[in-house]
Write a protein that binds this ligand. Structure first.
Ligand code: FE2
Length: 432
C-alpha cells in the first residue's frame, strides 16, 4: 500500500472515481447514479458560505450513511472537550515529559488522552490538544468526530488513514488533516505509534496569506496530497464511534462505512510533508516573529487573530548579524502550546523532549533557558545550519486550559522554571 496515489492541491475542486463512470457528469444528483450508487452531500460549511470559504463534497456510495443503528453512549476515557472547567488553569509556565506509550492492547480511539482545551466545541471556536498512543489497528471499527477537524502530527511511527475519500499515509515529519464529520479508521504502520492530535473546533485550516512574499513560498498549495477514491465493499459486524459534544457514542453497522466509490468536492482529507515547507527567515538581523513559520491557520473572524496557527520550527539556516538568534524573551496575549517531533529545539536544549509539550498561556513570560542565553550571547555569528530539529506550535487567541490529567500526571515537570534559574544580572551600569 506504500504506492498509494494522491491528487495535489489545496482547497480546490477535486474528483476521483474508483470505478470508471461512477462519477455523474454535469450534475451532482441524477435520478439514478451509475452502478446503483447513492448520492450523499457532505457539507463542511454552511450552504451559503462565500465561495472562497465554501467546502463540501459529494459522495457516491454503496449505502447512504443513514443505514446505521441508533447511538448508545461509550466511556469517553481520558478525552475532554471544551468548555472543560474541571480544574483551574494556572498562569504558570508549564512543561511535560512525553506521555508514555500504551502498554495494553490499544487502538487509536482507546489511546487518546486530552492534554488541553480552549474555546467551546458547541460554539465552534478553539481546539483540543490530544496525544494518541496505539498498538492495535482499527479493522472492524471506525471513528468520526462531529466536534472538529483533526490535525494529525505523528511523533513516532506511521499511520494509514482509511477515509471516506480514500487512503493516505502519514509518518513522523508529515501531517494529515481529516475534515470534521468524515468517517475513517486508523491502521498502524509500526508496532506502536504516538503523536499529537489537534482537534480544531473552529474554521477549517487554510493556508495563510503571503503578503509581500508574493505568489510562492511558505506551504505551497501543490504540495498538499489528497487520496484517490478507494472503497470497501465489506459486510459483517462493524462499529462506528462518534464524538459529539464531547461524548463518545457507538452505533452498529452491517457494512463498512468506507463505501464511497467516487467523490467530487473540496472538503477532503489531506497530508503534507513538513520538509517541503519553504522557510522564510531574516537575511539581515533579528529573529522574525514566529508567525513567519505558519503552515496552516484557522481564522477566528477577527483579521490576523487566529483561532489556531499551526507553526513549525524546521531545519534552516541562521545568518542574522549582530543578533540574539534564538527566539527572544517575550510575553504574548496569544497562548502558545508547543510540541517536539524530533531533535532539539533551539531555545531549550535540555528538558524539552520529543513527544513532550510546553504551554505558555496568555502573557506567561518565556524564552531561552539560561545556558542557551549564555551561549547565544557570546557565540561568534557565522552562518549556521540548524539540523535535526522539528518543533511545532499551536498558537491561539483563546487561553489554553490543561486538563486535570495534564496538571496531575507524573510527566508534568514541576521544576520547569529551574531552566531560567541560572540567568544572571548582566547590568553593571556601564555601556558595552
Ligand atoms: Fe513564545
Amino acid at each position: 500500500m506504500s504506492n498509494l496515489q494522491y491528487l495535489h492541491g489545496f482547497g480546490n475542486e477535486f474528483e476521483s472515481e474508483a470505478l470508471t463512470g461512477a462519477l455523474p457528469i454535469g450534475r451532482f444528483s441524477p435520478q439514478r447514479v451509475n452502478y446503483g450508487l447513492y448520492a450523499e452531500q457532505f457539507s463542511s460549511t454552511a450552504f451559503t458560505a462565500p465561495r472562497a470559504d465554501n467546502r463540501r463534497t459529494w459522495f457516491y456510495r454503496i449505502r447512504p450513511s443513514v443505514m446505521q443503528s441508533d447511538y448508545s453512549a461509550l466511556d469517553t476515557g481520558l478525552i475532554r472537550t471544551a468548555p472543560s472547567n474541571e480544574i483551574p488553569t494556572p498562569p504558570s509556565m508549564l512543561r511535560w515529559n512525553p506521555i508514555p506509550m500504551a502498554t495494553q492492547p490499544t487502538d487509536f480511539i482507546e489511546g487518546l488522552v486530552t492534554l488541553a482545551t480552549n474555546g467551546s466545541a458547541a460554539m465552534q471556536a478553539g481546539m483540543a490538544v490530544h496525544m494518541y498512543r496505539a498498538n492495535q489497528s482499527m479493522t472492524e471499527r471506525f471513528f468520526t468526530n462531529a466536534d472538529g477537524e483533526l490535525l494529525f502530527i505523528p511523533q513516532q511511527g506511521g499511520l494509514r488513514l482509511h477515509t471516506e475519500c480514500g487512503v493516505l499515509e502519514v509518518n513522523s515529519g508529515e501531517i494529515a488533516v481529516i475534515p470534521r464529520g468524515m468517517k475513517f479508521r486508523v491502521v498502524l504502520l509500526d508496532h506502536e505509534v504516538r503523536g499529537y492530535l489537534c482537534e480544531n473546533y473552529g474554521h477549517p485550516f487554510i493556508l495563510p496569506e503571503r503578503g509581500p512574499v508574493g505568489a510562492n513560498g511558505y506551504a505551497n498549495d501543490r504540495d498538499f496530497e489528497i487520496p484517490v477514491a478507494a472503497y470497501e465493499d465489506r459486510e459483517g459486524q462493524f462499529e462506528l464511534v462518534t464524538k459529539f459534544m464531547g461524548q463518545l457514542y457507538r452505533c452498529e453497522l452491517d457494512h463498512s462505512p468506507l463505501d464511497v466509490v467516487a467523490w467530487t468536492g473540496n472538503s477532503v482529507p489531506y497530508r503534507y510533508d513538513l520538509a517541503r515547507f519553504n522557510v522564510m527567515n531574516t537575511v539581515s538581523y533579528d529573529h522574525p516573529d514566529p508567525s513567519i513559520f505558519t503552515v496552516l491557520t484557522s481564522p477566528s473572524g477577527t483579521a490576523g487573530v487566529a483561532n489556531i496557527d499551526f507553526v513549525i520550527f524546521p531545519p534552516r539556516w541562521m545568518v542574522a548579524e549582530n543578533t540574539f538568534r534564538p527566539p527572544w524573551y517575550h510575553r504574548n496575549v496569544m497562548s502558545e502550546l508547543m510540541g517536539l517531533i524530533h531533535g532539539v529545539y533551539d531555545a531549550k536544549e535540555t528538558g524539552f523532549l520529543p513527544g513532550g509539550m510546553s504551554l505558555h498561556n496568555s502573557h506567561a513570560p518565556h524564552g531561552p533557558e539560561a545556558a542557551v542565553f549564555e551561549k547565544a550571547s557570546q557565540v561568534e555569528l557565522t552562518p549556521q545550519r540548524y539540523e535535526n530539529t522539528l518543533a511545532f506550535m499551536l498558537e491561539s487567541r483563546y487561553v489554553i486550559q490543561p486538563t486535570r490529567y495534564a496538571l496531575e500526571c507524573p510527566e508534568r515537570q514541576q521544576n520547569y522554571l529551574d531552566c531560567w534559574a541560572g540567568l544572571k544580572k548582566q547590568f553593571t551600569g556601564a555601556t558595552l
